[in-house]
Each structure stands twice: as structure tokens, then as C-alpha cells.
Design a binder for this molecule. Sequence first.
Ligand code: 9MJ
Length: 675
Amino acid sequence: MGEEQESVRQRIDELREQIRRYDHHYYVLDDPLVPDAEYDRQLAELVALEARYPELITADSPTQRVAGAPASGFVEVEHVVPMRSLGNAFSEAEVADFDRRARERLGVASITYVAEPKLDGLAISLLYEDGVLVRAATRGDGERGEAVTHNVRTLRTVPLRLAGTPPARLEVRGEVVMGHAGFEALNARLRAQGGKTFANPRNAAAGSLRQLDPAVAAQRPLEFFGYGVGLVEGGVLPPSQSETLAWLSELGLRVNPLWRQVEGVDGCLAYQHEIGERRDALPYEIDGVVYKVDRRDWQETLGYVARAPRWAIAHKFPAREELTRLLDVEFQVGRTGALTPVARLEPVAVSGVTVSNATLHNMDEVRRKDVRIGDSVVVRRAGDVIPEVVGVVIERRPADAREITLPDHCPVCGSSVEQVEGEAVARCSGGLYCPAQRKEAIRHFASRRALDIEGLGERLIDQLVARGWVHDVADLYRLDAVALGALERMGERSAQNLVAALEASKQTTLARFLFALGIREVGEATARALANHFGSLDALIEASGDLERLQQVDDVGPVVAAHLHAFFAEPHNRDVIARLRTAGVVWLEGPPAPRETLPLTGQTWVLTGTLESMSRDQAKARLEALGAKVAGSVSKKTTCVVAGRDAGSKLDKAQTLGVEVIDEAELITRMQALE
Ligand code: 9MJ
């Protein structure tokens, strides 16, 4: 026993030491050392050991306080009512246990809960006196946090003065988050400035609130959502969580609209499934849902255990980040020859899916993150995006870790690899000689938004290129069902279907055709603008020698103009186009469509707020291609306002003037119907 206890003591010391370091990096430096899942495992191990050997618990163990220590540089403030954290449930059984215990304590058969998304940001307490914001503080250790008032004041979603009839003093609790779009834009900006980027939106939100300069914080796209109340003085706290949320809305605070009243554990779990389905589509990160006993008197009866309420629990989603080992790095060659370093990983489950490959983006990123082969790396998988390596646990680097080097020659065709000064991306110089580039070009040509050739998948393209049957996209139209039927995994029926799909793809539009050619930097919106402007391919080709003329097209700047010029100057490309036309690929051509005939001609649109699925410039280009004028301000003449996230004064004005307002989803539906 003595010996066993000694080794347990050592392990406990080790875990405490680690966790303290992790806490410091996470809470004070906003720069976590390990993913949350790894942290949770170590903390759980410590909790379990301390539960078995309670005599080894010390007052300074990280288990003995709510996580979070105030960072230096800010004034410490005391919360009038402590800010509790939440207990976690990682499975449905744990939720059922929570519900059963609560029912038993209350002596009731069923409980009505309020279910809310669990926003993954930073908990904040806002103190209002006579309706005026006087202080904003982080949670800190739950008793005392840091005053970040000057920074929180810059958030448009935090009212400086409450609406309605607020009580004399009110502490509002909620979460400050940074949306995905804002996070990506911020990291891109920091990267461009050569600065350090943030590992995830939550760290970015925390780091931004900790800025000493409010002018910097004001540039950061932060948003606040209220979900609770601490102190209420000179007023009455509503008798339930649902009424509290409604009250917060009336006071002018933003409350996440996805909250709902649910019945019992079944209602909770149904809600969790539904929100889980929507998780990837939300513009901000959530890491679970929260269930709260709705009735306030029942909450009071249940009370608190340690520092978490017995009346609420967080039901966590599987983590999006995990730790694994980087086994090797290979370079993939894309359509434009870009070499992408791809990490080969020891397989690891990330949010329910086994990941064994992840992108490292480009060599600049590899250097910035200082990733080496053999390292323990943090892999992140969010929604539909390709899994990526977001960081390294440097302290776990083995002695024999190897640096990642960019190859001199293309791993596919052996041509030299070139990197333009100042560009992050290195490219194979082989052009269409390189089978990898050829395959990607064919795949792009056949893709849904290009010529939409159904059934022409990656494996098939691999075979067609490997057999030398298809060198370029024009060769596709020489394939016949007999030859195709001889290919692997290709029945007679699929061969006939593919030939039919190829035949059908010949009827297209000029915009699709231009997009399908895969000219660098010519996406769908630009292709559409070019098609509208020039009206015919020959007119575009003729103009392509003149960079000035090209730049008269909306959406075309010097870079795109140069790519267009280079593309059409290349005899091989002209030859492919000629052969495609000979094969029967056709589209309706005519003089440039006069503006009057376009579906949105005569209309004036205004875009405001942040769009999630496209940039504002892209939306503008698409609307203009449909004939609309896109203006910067709202007036009586405005036809329609598109309100993205965080839409501000333009939205207010539209509402005042009675101008039609639609959201992004509706914009996309309408544009697609007209395009
Ligand atoms: C988050 N993070 O979204 C609570 N939370 O309630 C929600 N956090 C909470 N509620 C009591 N929706 C303590 C924390």
C-alpha cells in the first residue's frame, strides 16, 4: 500500500504540474498547449485519483477551483454573485443520470428544461446600474475576474444602456464569441502582418478581450449573447429561465434564438440531436448544448454542488480537435500545379470520424507552425472542411523529428517546382504535361457547376489519364461506350450513361464554359461577368490581348486580366477550345446582353453585414451580372437589402423606410433561380 500510494502521489503531482501549465497557457496566454480533449483526459484522471485517495487532495490542486486565473495587466473585480461553471455530460446516459437525480431531489415525475446551444467563447458578466453599463468582467476563477469594460464597450451587441425598465442594478451573464468568418478574416490579417495567429475562435475571442488597447479590440469581430442573470437589485428576477431569457431580450440584450423549452430527458436529447445536425451550419462555434431546469424555485431547491449548479448541465459534442502523430508528409499537386503538403497521420477519431490525412496548407504554414515529421500534432475537423493540422505540441517533439522540405521536383511528373517570390504557394512547372494537373483540370471541367458531366469521377479520370485515352478535356468527347465498358468497375450500363452525360453536357452556357476551362482566378462569378460583358467567346479572345479592355469588366483586376491574357495566348489552350467546339460543345451566343434584358435590371440592391457563404464582392458581382445596381447606402429607391450577420444601421434604415429585407439564404435562392 505504501509503495502504491507513493506512485499514486507521484502521478498526482505530475498531473497537477501539467494541468497548471496547461491552465496558464490557456487562460493567461490564450495559447493552448494541447487540445481540450487531451486536457479533459488528464483532468479526469486527476479527479479519479483524488476521489480514490481523498487524503492526497490539497488546497492548491487544480481540481479545487473553477478553472481560470486572472491574467496580469487588468484590474481584478469581484463578481457580486459568483459566476458558476457547468458540469459536463459526455453521453446520453450521463444526461439521464442528471435528470434522474434532479427528479429524485425534487420529488417530481418530470422536469421542464430550457435547452440552449453552448456557445464556445468566453463567459462575461455585464454590470448595469440604472440601466447603464458600468462594468464588464471575465469569469476569472468564478469569484473574481478581470475588468474588460473598455473592450466590451466596443461590441455592438452589448447595449451601453438597457431598454425598457431595468432594475437599479443588474448583472447579465453571457458569452462573447467570435464567428467563423470573423475568425478566418482575423487570422488572415494577422498572418499577412507576419503575426501570431489564434488556434481557434474561442482563443481569438479571449485574446481580443484581453487587448490592452480598446482600439485594437474594436477591430475584432466579437459578439455577445446573454443567457443568465447574477445580481438583481431593485427589481424582480423572473420565476423561470425561459422568462429570464425573454426578459433579457426585452432589455435589449441579444439572446441566442435557438433556445427552447423541452420536456424531460427525451426532450433534451431530441434537442441535442437537432442542434448537432445544425452545428456545422452555424456561423459561430458551439461545443454542446446546455439544459437548465426552467423553474427558478426548483433551481433554488436543487442548489449547487462544489461550484456547479445541480439544476443545469452541459451536454458536450465530440471534440473537433484531437492529438495524434505526424507520420509523414506528401505533396499533392492541384489543378494549377500548386503543391499542397498533406500530413499522413496516425489514425485518430475526430468528432466521430477517423482522420488519417490532413492538410498543412502550404510551406509558409508549415514553417509558421514549426511542424516536423514525428511531432505530436493537433488535428482539427470542422464540418465539411478538409481536416487540418492546426498546431504542434512542441514539448512532445521526439529527438529524431525531421524537418519538412519542399521537393525541388514535382512528385508526379518530375518537372521543376517553382515558387514566385512573395507567394506562399509553390507550383509544379509542368502545366498540362503533369498528369496530376491534367486530372484535376478534367475533374474541374466535369464538376457540377462547370459542364456537369455526371458519372465522371476521380477513379475513372485516373484510369482515362493513365491509359493515355484522355490528355485534355477535348478528348473526353471522343470516348465511346465500347471502350469505356472495358474499364475497371465499369459496366455496359454505366458506360452508356456516361456517354449520354457527355452528350448532354455539350449544351451549356458561355459562363459555365469559361468557368470550366479552369483559367486561374476565374471563378463562377468572374466567368459570368465575362460572359455578360463580351457576349461571345470570340469577342473575349479578341479582347484578351488588351489588359485594359479586360479590366473594364466588373470583378476583373490586373491579376485576373494577366491570367486571362496568358491563358488565351497559349496555342495549346486555343487548340483545346477549337476541338471542344468541333466536338459539338455549344452555347447561346449573341451580342453582349443589353442591361435592360437582365432579370434585375433597374433594381438597386444594398448588401450589409457579414455574409457567410461568399464574400461581399462575390455577391455584388453575381447581382450585377443579373443586371442589378449594387449601392452602398439605403434610400427610398433601394429595391432590396440583404442583411448578413451583424447588420447594423443600414438594416435599421431599410426597416424605417419599409424597404424589403432578405437574409443570405433567400439571396442565394433568388440568385440561383435567376442565373
Ligand atoms: C454557453 N456557454 O452558451 C451557460 N452557456 O449557464 C449557456 N453557458 C451557463 N449557459 C450557467 N448557454 C452557467 C453557464
